[in-house]
Write a protein that binds this ligand. Structure first.
Ligand code: GLA
Length: 724
């Protein structure tokens, strides 16, 4: 399922007059312009399994019969960009207010502008000079259809947008509708939820100015019968790191649409004559292989089209945050660096507390020079030593923030989000710098670039630790609300410019843990900090939800201390590592307190990770079975001939543990040999199995047996030795 063959054409092809098909390896997305005499609508005709070319035209003629009641108007239920206008009463994707308070948008189709693998359908409101460009692009070598909208004010008066989504998607008619999404909070991000989609409007949103912890901008919809390995699944995801809104509309008449875009209820965008605005991309993906295949198709897309450095295996890093908190000193860091290097760590990252007067969270943010008391000679000696130990160097930064108690705030109090006559509420004792402002962007680019060059940094952990409040931009007049968009664009611009100037630089996106994880930030970062919660058991549930959209190589995961500093839970070192080894492994514990035995075990586990790293970071993921973090579970990665399995059993009294671990995604006829096994009794190294046996009968794992202590885990590697 979703196996992509490069020779297959993936493009936008015309199908008769004013109808086009976006054709991917396994899916077809059919859309066109329909004019009914008084109004023009751009309509989705079809979105599902790939249609034979000969069937495209007939699919475009297909219409769902509608009731004739005057109260029921089909408008807005099959449109790519339903507007607030005419007889529509469904949820609009575009809501504009023209001069004099006129709110009914009336668009007419004017032209189609084809480009390579894409098309722009241009519509205009002639009375008010609004030009709307509806863009559809077919990403090469993936099943993703990408869409966005451009608006341009060609009139003589300002236009204000209450909603300007990137596009609406129509889920084809099903017997029933079920959605899958994630929710969360600080230290409990990406918790999976799956339920019947209620009739009504179900909105997932962030009003924080960032992607947020409470939800993540994607949704999957199926007919209630999809499983991990089978069934049709439609996904919609938004590539944006500021406030956002995604609404699944389930009409009483049956139709289901999903519209998504930047912004949230309240702020509106002001477009003066001559100005234009482009939305972020919204991506749609159809998959017929269940949630597993949908996730693999997303991972493939992220690696192929989103990440700046997909081909690089991420280094094993050490980060000092949990070990030292704000107590950062040269001697302390050097001690940790020595121990980290001995474990095989490749990148040493100094977290918060190295700069300004930052010895706690109430001062120093904004003063981005080494703390003179802690690093009287700067950071050069520390990082020279780090490099001498064979590691590269990284630093934590929080460029969008300032403590009121800082030199920066004392000199630039106007740089923060604020209204002149309102309080400036702090959170974590900090205020938000307005990255919509050119001078703030230039300042950030300047010091960040200087820091990277001066210390030869290979890595920045870019953090963002509070929500927007009192989000005013006094100099901007009618455009002030644009800061909700422009702040995020400012962050993107600074990151892009830093990477342009320093091609070797890699960036980790962090926002109080996993508060800024999305397809927008991943265009300019290499991985994300998944959660501040490093408790292995909690992490399993977080990583499970995370894996629905995002691949393992962007999932930063550390092995830390036991008891865990957040949950006080005690978990064996091996289990902690095995959970972190399911993503990009890092170490975040206080190594000065690890015993010689623990350090030796950790060194072996780091070496084991490096051996399987390409398979984990670049392979196809199969979530095998179980309830991650609650009962037995396992994840499997396949890359070419290599198969890696990480199996877990946190709670031996939970008798839901399956007896056998059945693998997935193998060649049934081929023979696989066990090359690394910690389950010697049942699957010893050197033993050989047919793919079919492994997938249908499965292996008996000691880890999964109901008798034994809590927190058993194991690593298994197989290699295909005889092709079918
Ligand atoms: C946030 C991050 C942590 C750490 C602290 C430092 O909470 O998520 O990993 O960097 O900030 O203050």
């Amino acid at each position: 399922m979703n196996t992509l063959r490069p020779e297959q054409s993936m493009s936008i092809i015309p199908v008769g007059e004013h109808t086009w098909a976006a054709v991917t390896a396994t899916s077809t997305y059919l859309f066109g312009v329909e004019t009914d005499g008084e109004d023009t609508r751009v309509v989705q005709w079809y979105w599902g399994p790939r249609l034979p070319e000969a069937a495209l035209a007939e699919a475009a003629r297909f219409r769902t019969p509608r009731s004739g009641s005057s109260f029921l108007d089909p408008r807005a239920t099959d449109e790519l960009l339903p507007v607030d206008g005419g007889r529509r009463s469904g949820l609009p994707s575009l809501q504009a207010t023209y001069e004099g308070g006129v709110r009914s948008v009336e668009l007419a189709f004017t032209e189609a502008v084809p480009g390579p693998g894409e098309i722009e359908l241009v519509l205009r409101d002639k009375t008010y000079g609004l030009r709307v460009g509806l863009h559809v692009r077919c990403a090469e070598d993936t099943d993703v259809v990408e869409r966005w909208v451009t608006v341009a004010n060609e009139g003589t008066a300002a236009v204000r947008f209450g909603r300007l989504d990137s596009g609406s998607w129509i889920v084809p008619e099903q017997r029933a509708y079920r959605y899958t999404a994630v929710y969360g909070g600080w230290a409990r991000e990406t918790q999976l939820q799956r339920a019947e989609l209620p009739v009504g409007e179900t909105t997932f949103t962030s009003r924080t100015g960032t992607t947020g912890h409470r939800a993540n901008p994607w949704i999957m919809i199926d007919a209630g019968d999809a499983t991990e390995e089978s069934g049709e699944v439609w996904t919609v995801a938004l590539a944006w790191s500021g406030s956002w809104r995604l609404t699944a509309q389930h009409l009483p008449e049956g139709d289901v649409t999903v519209t998504a875009g930047f912004g949230h209820d309240g702020p509106s965008w002001h477009l003066a004559p001559g100005e234009s605005l482009r939305t972020p991309a919204v991506l749609g993906l159809y998959s017929d292989g269940g949630y597993g295949a949908a996730s693999r198709a997303w991972h493939h897309h992220v690696r192929r089209h989103v990440l700046p450095t997909p081909e690089e295996d991420r280094p094993v890093l050490y980060n000092s945050w949990e070990a030292t908190g704000f107590d950062v000193t040269e001697a302390g860091q050097l001690e940790l660096a020595g121990k980290a290097a001995a474990l095989g760590v490749e990148l040493f990252v100094v977290d918060d507390g190295w700069f300004g007067a930052r010895d706690c969270d109430s001062r120093g943010l904004g003063d981005w020079w080494p703390n003179p008391a802690r690093f009287p000679d700067g950071l050069t000696r520390l990082f020279t030593e780090v490099r001498a130990l064979g590691m590269t160097a990284g630093l934590w930064v929080e460029p969008e923030m300032v403590n009121p108690d800082s030199d920066l705030y004392r000199s630039r109090p106007d740089w923060v989000l604020h209204y002149p006559d309102r309080r400036r509420d702090t959170m974590r004792n900090q205020l938000v710098l307005n990255f919509a402002r050119d001078d703030v962007r230039a300042w950030a680019t300047g010091w960040l670039d200087g820091l990277v060059r001066e210390y030869g940094l290979a890595y920045l952990k870019w953090d963002m630790n509070r929500n927007f409040s009192q989000a005013g931009w006094p100099d901007a007049g009618d455009r002030a609300d644009m800061l909700w968009i422009e702040h995020t664009r400012g962050v993107y611009d600074v990151m892009d410019e830093l990477r342009r100037r320093n091609p070797g630089l890699r960036i980790e996106s962090c926002s109080g843990g996993g508060g800024r994880v999305d397809l927008g930030v991943l265009r300019r970062t290499d991985l994300v900090w998944t959660s501040d919660n490093t408790d292995a058991r909690d992490r399993q549930a977080i990583q499970h939800g995370f894996s629905y959209l995002y691949p393992a190589n962007v999932m930063s995961a550390w092995a830390t201390d036991s008891p865990n500093p957040h949950t006080r839970r005690e978990v064996p070192l091996r289990y902690r590592f095995h959970v972190a080894m399911a993503g990009t492994l890092g170490i975040g514990g206080d190594l000065t307190r690890w015993s010689a035995e623990e350090l030796a075990e950790a060194r072996d586990l780091v070496a084991a990770y490096k051996a399987i790293r390409p398979v984990v970071q670049r392979g196809r993921l199969h979530r095998l079975a179980g309830v991650p973090g609650r009962a037995a579970s396992a994840v499997q990665y396949v890359l070419d001939d290599r198969v890696v399995v990480l199996a877990y059993n946190p709670f031996s009294l939970d008798k839901r543990t399956p007896g056998r671990l059945r693998l997935a995604g193998l060649d049934p006829q081929a023979v696989y040999e066990v090359v690394t096994s910690e389950a010697a009794a049942t699957a010893p190294e050197g033993s050989r199995w047919h793919g079919r046996t492994l997938m249908s009968l499965g292996l008996i794992l000691p880890t999964w047996s109901p008798d034994g202590p809590d927190y058993r885990s194991e690593l298994l590697e197989l290699r295909r030795v005889e092709a079918s």
